[in-house]
Design a protein around this ligand. Structure first.
Ligand code: NAD
Ligand code: AKB
Length: 311
């Protein structure tokens, strides 16, 4: 049975991924860690430890004590917060990844690291965005994600570390709120629709981005780590997507369930600029062909499920 350590476990992804990992591999085999204390839902169901993932010694000790053979490295600063504090984003994203990779090299662990559609930039072909293409991101977040993909590839090629990852699009979920990204509107809109029947969006009406419902994201993370390594050509950077949404198209979906729902716009130039530098639609053929990626949720099914849970 795998022994797993998760960094950044209290965030939007970790709060969904840790319970699924515990279900699959056993509660005691999955050590959840985060730089902050987390609620009892996370800490009572299995082992938990406060851990700063930028501290290589602490990461090494935690991996050794837990006898981990897999690390899901989720600790990071996201795009919008990164633009407010670029040095923090560089420090957290790069220092923590280097720490995890070094520990993985020394202690022979496999590593899952999520990359992002944020690796793409204004010069990248927008629709469809190929798996292998020009990547010159305009955000510090994107720069750390491109560097992270390359560093993970390097640790695999040079040291044989079993590094794997996907480029997640914007993730939609209920429960733990998103951590300060450009795609957070696609979560906030549901909470505001249910609570107030209206939403003011910080992106323009037709700003289309790739999105995915969290159950599919968790499946992707676990599936790529279970995939036959012989079939993986793009180990650390698989494009994956579930659907494409713009504020006006998601508002129309929500209106099918909440007929009086209204949306208006108060555009934030920083996040609008980031969104415009990202793809409209990524091509995830490589993930489908190399490890069987096949998302269960499109826009209609995701909207229905989100509203069912939030109501
Ligand atoms: P999040 O912001 O919701 O959670 C990040 C977690 O990391 C938080 O619980 C935070 O406390 C923790 N953290 C911050 N600094 C830390 C440190 N020094 N040591 C340990 N923990 C620390 O992020 P998320 O949405 O769960 O994203 C997880 C990963 O997935 C990130 O690499 C992110 O770039 C990537 N990703 C997320 C999305 C998305 O839409 N959520 C999309 C693409 C990629
Ligand atoms: C963000 O908006 O920063 C994240 C992402 C797509 O990486 N949700």
């Amino acid at each position: 049975m795998k022994r797993i350590l998760v960094t950044g476990a209290g965030g939007q992804i970790g709060s969904w991924l840790v319970p699924k990992l515990r279900e699959a591999y056993g509660d005691d085999n999955v050590l959840a860690t985060d730089v902050r204390h987390l609620g009892t839902e996370m800490t009572d169901a299995g082992p938990f430890q406060v851990l700063d993932a930028t501290d290589p010694r602490a990461v090494g000790q935690a991996v050794m004590r837990h006898d981990a053979d897999v690390v899901y490295h989720l600790a990071a600063i996201l795009s919008a917060v990164g633009e407010r504090d670029p040095r923090l984003a560089w420090h957290v994203n790069m220092t923590s990844l280097e720490a995890v990779l070094e520990v993985a090299r020394e202690q022979k662990c496999a590593v899952f690291t999520p990359s992002s559609i944020g690796v793409f930039g204004p010069e990248t072909p927008k629709s469809p965005t190929p798996q292998d293409t020009l990547m010159r991101p305009a955000t510090i977040y994107g720069i750390t994600k491109v560097a992270g993909e390359l560093l993970c590839d390097y640790y695999h090629a040079k040291y044989g570390v079993d590094t794997r990852g996907v480029r997640f699009p914007g993730l939609i979920s209920y429960g733990a709120p998103p951590g300060g990204g450009t795609t957070d509107w696609a979560v906030d809109i549901f909470y505001q629709a249910v609570a107030h029947g209206r939403y003011t969006c910080f992106l323009g009406p037709d700003t289309q981005l790739d999105m995915m419902y969290m159950p599919d994201a968790v499946t992707a993370a676990m599936q790529v780590m279970e995939a036959d390594p012989a079939k993986l050509l793009h180990r650390n950077a698989f494009n994956v997507t579930g659907m494409q949404l713009a504020p006006e198209t998601l508002a129309a979906e929500i209106r099918k369930h909440i007929p009086g729902f209204t949306i208006d716009y108060d555009i934030d130039p920083v996040r609008q600029g980031i969104a415009e530098s990202w793809p409209d639609r990524i091509d995830d053929t490589a993930a489908r062909e190399e490890w069987g990626w096949d998302p269960a949720f499109g826009a209609a099914a995701m909207t229905e499920d989100m509203l069912k849970h939030l109501k």
